[in-house]
Design a binder for this molecule. Structure first.
Ligand SMILES: [Cu+2]
Length: 437
């Protein structure tokens, strides 16, 4: 079991040194911040109604303080550095040291007070996407409130009225601020923990960036042609695996804050869409799926029973979204013997690659520009995994402690259960070969 104390001491979180005068911050909740993109253990609630906490993929839950029965949080909007995957860092905007910001986790009926401090160079606001709340707390700058100017702290306060999965993001200069990574997840648990129980409850956001090879800062004017496709601002193999013990009930909550839809696909299992933006679906309305499309601005919570042990792929089904940055300007020379030619061109054109000649060209035995991911980068038990971007692995094991979220390594498949190489004689031809006529 992870205690709150262990969470603080062992997980790379820190109470940030305040840039503002101490007296001015005395009444504010402490700022908890991290510079790590590692997945943190779920935060067991130290007070209030009990619940089974979510695990944020490559993220963390924001601690709160309880004051006169109100849960008080402190979000700080600020520039951050996010490791997208080993070998690539992005200069983003986010909250409390990371992008996405920390997950906010509360219980239905909780009164919540969120202090938002703006350390950006421009105004911002926070919209609590999907919540029932007073109109003046909805966070559209200019419409519901004045914008939060640089250096200012605003206070939002409302009751978390219904259980479900939500998001938060600015409603001020959105094309810039969302393209720069300002977003986070919000989970409101049922007051009755016996309703909709899950043994593993994961949450993350779909996000995308346009970062030219060799640079660090996203282009904020891009509307469609992004080149870095991520789960919670991490690209495979930087994405943490999701783990479950055989037989456990697994929930995965996914929110989409990119500019396109993503058909999210799980291997080896059927799931149901148990939650939408409007809350939990009624059991009679659910049907089995292996892929569900998540539109822009939508959230879906899928649920399934971890029925088969193994390493099961979990990914967006748009092929380009499981490839990293440099795949997006690759010429097609299928059919040609390309290795020597590609090497000659690469000597003249930095970063040149050709398609259809995997693995040598794709896995990049050629030099990369600084701060760029190869387009397909993973490697697994049996060799290279031709995947990047929006891809991770659902690791189901027979033995796993209930609250153990650590990577158990690659699956040891039972002997005789893996696809194998045919080494016998080829079968006899049933027709004459064409060129012998
Ligand atoms: Cu996608």
């Amino acid at each position: 079991m992870f205690t709150r104390r262990r969470f603080f001491s062992g997980a790379g979180l820190a109470v940030a040194a305040a840039a503002t005068a101490k007296s001015a911050l005395a009444a504010l909740p402490e700022i908890v911040s991290t510079d790590s993109s590692a997945m943190q253990p779920p935060l067991l609630p130290p007070n209030g109604h009990p619940y089974h906490p979510v695990a944020t993929l490559n993220g963390w839950t924001l601690p709160w303080r309880m004051r006169n029965g109100i849960k008080e949080f402190h979000l700080v909007a600020e520039p951050v550095i996010r490791e997208i995957s080993p070998g690539m860092k992005a200069h983003l905007w986010g909250y409390n040291g990371q992008s996405p910001g920390p997950t906010i986790e509360v219980v239905e009926g909780d009164r919540v007070r969120i202090f938002v401090t703006n350390r950006l160079s421009e105004h911002t606001s926070v919209h609590w996407h999907g919540q029932r709340l007073p109109n003046g707390m909805d966070g559209v700058a200019g419409l519901n409130q004045p914008s939060i100017k640089p250096g200012q702290t605003y206070v939002y306060e409302f009751v978390a009225q219904r259980a479900g999965t939500f998001m938060y993001h600015p409603h001020a200069d959105e094309t810039t601020q969302i393209a720069m990574g300002m977003m986070g997840s919000w989970v409101t648990h049922h007051k009755d923990p016996k309703l909709m129980p899950a043994d593993r409850d994961y949450v993350f956001l779909l996000n995308a960036y346009d970062i030219s090879p060799g640079s660090y800062t996203p282009k904020v004017s891009t509307m469609l042609d992004f080149n870095v496709w991520t789960f919670n601002s991490r690209a495979f193999p930087g994405t943490a695996p999701m783990v479950a013990r055989l037989g456990e009930r697994v929930r995965i909550r996914v929110g989409n804050l990119t500019m396109t839809n993503h058909p999210i696909h799980l291997h080896g299992h059927e799931f149901v869409v148990a939650g939408t933006d409007g809350g939990w679906t009624s059991p009679g309305s659910r049907w089995p799926e292996v892929t569900t499309d998540i539109a822009v601005g939508q959230m879906r919570a899928i649920e399934f029973t971890a029925a088969a042990p193994g390493d099961w792929a979990f990914h967006c089904h748009k092929s380009h979204h499981t490839m990293n940055g440099m795949s997006h300007n690759v010429p097609n020379a299928l059919g040609a013997a390309q290795d020597a030619l590609a090497r000659q061109i690469a000597a003249l054109v930095p970063g040149y690659m050709n398609a259809g000649n995997a693995p040598s060209a794709m896995h990049m035995d050629m030099p990369l520009p600084e701060n760029t991911l190869p387009m397909m980068t993973g490697s697994g038990r049996y060799g290279d995994i031709d995947m990047g971007g929006m891809f991770t692995v659902m690791k189901i094991r027979e033995k796993l402690a209930r609250e153990d979220y650590r990577d158990p390594g690659w699956y040891n498949a039972p002997a005789g259960s893996v696809a194998y190489l045919w080494e016998g004689e080829p079968p006899p031809a049933e027709r004459e070969p064409r060129d012998s006529r």
